[in-house]
Design a binder for this molecule. Structure first.
Ligand code: ADP
Ligand code: MG
Length: 328
């Protein structure tokens, strides 16, 4: 008992010390990934941030039998709570904006490939012919809080949920008076404000060949969402071929466009997440075209041959590597 008390005391001292000189921080496992939360200022709010992440995870999980997405996928109909309706609406909008490269109805394919069941399986032409007609946002109707799917269609928020969660979590902290925070939810980083000492945020972009190491850094101050999608994040190898988890919704197979990752920089977390998945599917050429038609994000592409390309708004922030700049 004494030992526990002294450990608790030490922990309290540690947290107080952290809040004076730096952030209070905690790490959790949620949405199938490690997440780190850092808040400058009020330690107590770490709990609120963790609760918010867990609350959204319980709504959006495709595998948790108590989630709203699970209920929708099982019955084809569901009355949704505000967050699930909002994320679905955003997902549909981003799917339309990216001409279906990001598609929240890919679940029949994701599940058949075994990415959520753990039973890796390479889809045959016959299986693809059965599943592909079930994919497309025309199969998902959303009217206010009421969602409906056509027979056999299923929703997967895996390409947007972490970004949406980071966004909502930071909005909550901001409402509670937090001025500076940083979330790192798997490949999704989002910052709020600027550190009290005025120093810049330095965010690493993972090396696709060695994901625990950074291949480059992004340096900036203020609020920003930075999300990377890459085939290296989740995959299985079978008979010498690698199959990763980002599917081209048109073909039903893992997107192979010569890229090993795409990083998106923008203000909204959910948008960053969906666009990183979408541009990975589009590939560099279509991705650059899409960037030129847009004005709300910047991007860093890493090709399979290891060349790094940065759009002109991302280029001034990028360091630690050689890269080519893409101009408008
Ligand atoms: P990660 O979840 O590893 O950070 P992404 O944000 O790119 O990576 O999301 C990939 C996940 O999104 C997949 O595991 C799958 O659940 C789902 N998904 C796969 N392909 C697509 C797609 N084309 N559009 C939308 N979601 C997708
Ligand atoms: Mg994504």
């Amino acid at each position: 008992m004494k030992k526990i008390l002294s450990v608790l005391l030490l922990l309290c001292l540690f947290l107080t010390a952290c809040s004076k000189d730096g952030p209070a921080e905690t790490e959790i496992f949620a949405m199938d990934t490690y997440m780190r939360i850092r808040i400058w200022g009020d330690n107590d709010l770490l709990h609120d941030a963790v609760d918010e992440i867990r609350r959204l995870e319980r709504l959006f999980s495709v595998t948790d039998e108590d989630s709203e997405v699970y209920a929708l996928n099982q019955t084809g109909n569901a009355e949704l709570s505000a967050d699930t309706a909002e994320i679905l609406e955003q997902a549909i909008t981003l799917s339309e904006r990216t001409a279906g490269a990001f598609d929240p109805t890919v679940y029949p394919l994701v599940s058949a490939w075994g990415f959520t069941t753990g039973e890796a399986h390479v889809l045959t032409r016959e299986e693809l012919d059965v599943l592909l007609p079930l994919v497309g946002t025309e199969h998902l109707r959303l009217e206010g809080a009421a969602a409906a799917l056509t027979d056999g269609a299923q929703v997967d928020l895996g390409g947007i949920a972490k970004g949406y969660t980071a966004q909502k979590c930071l909005e909550l902290l901001s409402e509670k008076g937090v001025q500076t925070a940083m979330l790192s939810l798997g490949g999704n980083v989002q910052t709020l404000g600027t550190k009290p000492d005025g120093t810049a945020w330095i965010i690493g972009i993972a090396n696709p060949e060695a994901p625990s190491e950074a291949i480059a850094t992004l340096t900036f101050t203020g609020s920003m969402a930075i999300v990377t999608s890459g085939g290296y994040q989740r995959y299985f190898d079978l008979d010498g071929t690698r199959y990763h988890h980002i599917l081209n919704p048109e073909t039903g197979i893992p997107a192979e466009t010569g890229l090993s990752s795409v990083t998106i920089l923008t203000q909204d977390g959910a948008t960053a997440d969906a666009l990183s998945t979408a541009l990975y599917v589009m590939g560099m050429e279509r991705g650059i075209e899409f960037w030129r038609e847009s004005n709300d994000f910047e991007a860093v592409f890493i090709t399979q041959s290891g060349t790094i390309y940065a759009t002109e708004g991302a280029a001034p922030l990028l360091g630690g590597c050689e890269f080519e700049e893409i101009t408008r």
